[in-house]
Design a protein around this ligand. Structure first.
Ligand SMILES: [Zn+2]
Length: 133
């Protein structure tokens, strides 16, 4: 059941879409505390990646589950205008797919993290491995 009003739903979605999303902030904080330094939203790279390590030629993307169509408990389409959301998210997924390999072509590596993984303690091992390998 969709218990949110149209207005509340729009407000919620506007919040999700904004930069500096909460999952991303959590990841950035962890990375910063461990002494790694990065840039944000580097427009010189395809898709202006979220977290960029120029000297390492590495980028970390933090994907919102809803917007990027992750198959997990957090990803539930609104019950109204389902077809609209379906198409919108399919488009995002297609764009992700096309963009994911572009940094590779320039010699960069990409690590994709999902919003729903951020609170999992194992995520930090993956981030460390990615940044130090
Ligand atoms: Zn997810």
């Amino acid at each position: 059941m969709d218990h949110l009003s149209k207005e509340a739903r729009s407000a919620l979605i506007a919040k999700i879409k904004a930069k500096d999303t909460k999952p991303e902030l959590i990841i950035r904080k962890m990375i910063w505390r461990s002494g790694f330094r990065y840039r944000l939203y580097d427009k010189k790279l395809p898709r202006t990646p979220d977290i960029v390590f120029r000297s390492k030629k590495k980028v970390i993307l933090v994907n919102g589950c809803f917007w990027h169509g992750h198959i997990c408990c957090k990803n539930q389409l609104p019950k109204t205008r389902t077809e609209f959301w379906n198409q919108k998210i399919s488009k995002n997924m297609m764009r992700d797919f096309n963009n994911l390999n572009r940094p590779h072509a320039l010699g960069w590596s990409t690590l994709v993290l999902w919003e729903c993984e951020v609170r999992n303690s194992l995520i930090w091992e993956r981030v460390l491995k990615f940044l130090t390998s």
